[in-house]
Ligand binder design. Structure first.
Ligand SMILES: [Zn+2]
Length: 268
């Protein structure tokens, strides 16, 4: 096996301008399932689009990664020690010039939400193209694929569920329709975008999460516990990607709700 991503196909022309990516985390099968379903339908594409399994070795083994988290390994190193480090570099060579939709799943939340590396007109337009209103600015956490390409990531639902794979299929179809690659109308956003800005990570493992993701936790409220060890909020926040399992050494993230894009610190 090589240290290259597995390109399932390129449709609509030879030089991809769009890329759908799945299995950056090898234990999140929804993206690959959705891409294979879409490709099996044999629909015509008007824009050259690549369909890519990012981490084939981890994917075949059903594990998150082989040497390190691929989504913390970018930009990577073609001659590096770790498989994911080399893979990160080759994945950027493959999709670096494309607008990218990166499909993931979580242990934290059943409904889809979009991750953007920062909030600006370009990322918000790509986020809207997914048809999902919930948008999380994850710029606080660096090293992800979307930090290095013109793209967004989507958490499609709970890992290993049929629903996550169905959501992933609908999201990729909507994304391609919104960007004009499919000859069919996009559905568009049902509600205006709801933007969350991640400002802090909560470290620890084995915590049971009491809080519900995207539901405000008030100052003084207990939001996670491990035996007698209780985590209490110093200040109000919205939990994002918080779950007992999922991230090594991390309970999840704290976010603020952004009322208007103008409220964002442009340097943040
Ligand atoms: Zn993932």
């Amino acid at each position: 096996m090589t240290d290259e991503p597995e390109v399932l196909d390129v449709r609509g022309g030879d030089e991809p301008q769009l890329a759908v990516v799945g299995c950056v985390h090898g234990d999140e099968p929804c993206g690959e399932l959705a891409m294979r379903r879409f490709l099996d339908e044999g629909r015509d594409l008007r824009t050259p689009t690549a369909f890519v399994v990012a981490n084939p070795r981890a994917c075949r083994r059903g594990v998150g990664h082989v040497d390190e988290n691929l989504n913390r390994a970018f930009p990577g190193d073609p001659g590096g020690e770790s498989y994911e480090g080399r893979l990160a570099a080759s994945l950027l060579r493959a999709v670096g010039d494309c607008r990218v939709l990166d499909l993931h799943s979580t242990h934290s939340y059943p409904d889809p939400f979009v991750l953007v590396p920062r909030v600006d007109g370009r990322t918000l337009r790509l986020a809207a193209a997914t048809g999902i209103s919930k948008v999380v600015d994850i710029g606080h956490v660096s090293g992800g694929l979307i930090d290095h390409v013109d793209g967004v990531a989507v958490e499609c639902g709970l890992t290993g569920t049929v629903r996550a794979a169905e959501n992933a299929y609908e999201i990729l179809t909507e994304f391609l329709a919104s960007l004009g690659a499919l000859d069919e109308p996009a559905s568009g956003l049902e509600t205006p975008p709801e933007i969350y800005h991640v400002f802090d990570a909560v470290e620890g493992s084995g915590y049971e999460v009491d809080a519900t993701n995207f539901e405000r936790v008030e100052a003084g409220e207990a939001f996670a516990r491990r035996g007698g060890d209780v985590l209490t909020a110093d200040e109000p926040f919205f939990p994002v990607l918080m779950s007992e399992e999922g991230y090594e050494g991390l309970v999840g993230f704290k976010a603020l709700r952004v009322k208007r894009v103008a409220d964002m610190d442009p340097e943040a």
